[in-house]
Structures are given as structure tokens and as C-alpha cells.
Design a binder for this molecule. Structure first.
Ligand code: HEC
Length: 192
């Protein structure tokens, strides 16, 4: 490289190369659909912002198996939320289900996370869904999925979430933000 580029330009070329390498790899952080309105499974959600994790929280029919639920939101939507206390259109959320165990290695107490068991995805997409919010499930083999019926997911999120359809009452870093902007429904916190 040194022989091909005049020494005076070398610094410039090097700086450009460093900039290129540092620019983020584009990831599908916005909802993407197939021709028949199925949502494509978000691929790189593990690189999004981690909101929180529940252990054995029970809000679905799968009682009995104590799972961890790890919640993620894309960086851009998180930044918007910090500025407004609201979720911008095209925000996606992933809740990742993982098994839990306490037996392994040097562990003597408590629980740690194990196998991936599937993800639930929530999308705010006002132009795509008349109900604005839509819900999907993916397992290992699912590349795309149709929205779940309203009764399966939408209604509970609509009735019990503290900020729009999102359970901010369980995400400790977001709760003070929503309270600051007055978008927090305090009643959602009451024990039911
Ligand atoms: C009975 C109430 C209820 C139902 C039904 C429900 N959820 Fe949730 N959902 C919750 C609660 C509570 C949380 C908060 C945290 C957790 O579980 O970790 C949550 C969190 C989520 C999140 C993370 C973002 C957020 O909104 O806080 C996603 C994504 C999600 N659920 C998807 C789904 C999908 C998909 C379905 C339908 C298959 C569904 N949910 C059905 C109560 C519900």
C-alpha cells in the first residue's frame, strides 16, 4: 500500500479506511415484510438495547416452565424514546425466551440462562396495521410470521402496559424517562 500511494496522501487514505471500518453494518432494525404481509424474523436483535429480563414472569398460557424473558429494542427507537417518552412509528421489540437452570459449573444458588426457546415480536407500524401494534411469534424454523389474533397478545398489551403498548413498568431504565415526559400510566403499576 505504501508503494502505491504517495506518502502525502497516505494519512488521508488511512483515515478514510478507519472511518469505513467504524461505520455500523446496516441491520434490519425496521419491520420488513414478505409480499403477503408476514413479518420477517429480526436477525440481529441481540445487538439492540437490552431493556430488562424477567424470570418466570407468567403472562401467557405456558405456565409451569420458568423461563427468562429478555427484552430488546433497536438503538434508534431507544434514543427517540429518551427524547420524548414515546415510541416512534416502526419501533420493534423482541422478547426472547430462554430456559433457566441453577445446576452447572460452580453455581450453588440462583438461576442462569440457558437455551433459546423462541422470540415474540411486537411492532408499532401505523401504516401497516389498522390497530397500529401487531404481534408475532418465531421459533427456530420460522423465517416469517403472520400477526397473531388480537385476543392472543394485543388486548393484554393495550390494557395493561404503562406506555402505549409497552410494559415500561417492568423496564427500570425507561420508567423514569416516561414519568418525566408524562407518558407513564401509573395505574398500570397497581397490583392486580
Ligand atoms: C396477559 C398479558 C400478555 C399477553 C397476552 C401477551 N403479553 Fe407480551 N408482555 C406482557 C408483559 C407483562 C410483558 C413484560 C415483560 C416480560 O414478560 O418480560 C410483555 C412483554 C412483551 C414484549 C416486550 C416489549 C413490551 O411490550 O414490553 C413483547 C415483544 C411481547 N410481550 C410480545 C408478545 C406477544 C407476541 C404476545 C402474543 C403471543 C404477547 N406478548 C402476549 C404481557 C402480555
Amino acid at each position: 500500500m505504501r508503494q502505491l500511494i504517495p506518502p502525502s496522501l497516505f494519512g488521508v487514505v488511512l483515515a478514510a479506511a478507519v472511518l469505513l471500518a467504524a461505520s455500523p453494518v446496516p441491520t434490519p432494525e425496521f419491520p420488513q415484510y414478505t409480499g403477503d404481509h408476514q413479518l420477517l424474523r429480526p436477525a440481529d436483535y441481540r445487538e439492540w438495547i437490552f431493556l430488562s429480563s424477567g424470570l418466570g414472569m407468567s403472562y401467557s398460557a405456558q405456565a409451569g416452565h420458568e423461563m427468562f424473558t429478555n427484552v430488546f429494542v433497536p438503538q434508534w427507537a431507544y434514543q427517540e424514546f429518551l427524547k420524548s417518552g414515546k415510541w416512534p412509528d416502526k419501533t420493534m421489540f423482541v422478547v426472547e425466551d430462554r430456559g433457566s437452570t441453577s445446576k452447572g459449573s460452580i453455581n450453588k444458588a440462583g438461576h442462569y440462562q440457558t437455551d433459546w426457546m423462541g422470540i415474540g415480536v411486537e411492532v408499532k407500524d401505523e401504516s401497516h396495521f389498522p390497530e397500529k401494534w401487531a404481534y408475532f411469534n418465531f421459533d427456530e424454523d420460522t423465517k416469517s410470521a403472520s400477526a397473531n389474533p388480537k385476543a392472543g397478545c394485543w388486548t393484554c398489551h393495550d390494557q395493561h402496559a404503562a406506555v402505549e403498548h409497552v410494559f415500561v413498568q417492568f423496564y427500570p431504565t425507561l420508567k423514569p424517562v416516561a414519568k418525566k415526559f408524562g407518558t407513564y400510566k401509573g395505574a398500570a403499576e397497581e397490583v392486580q
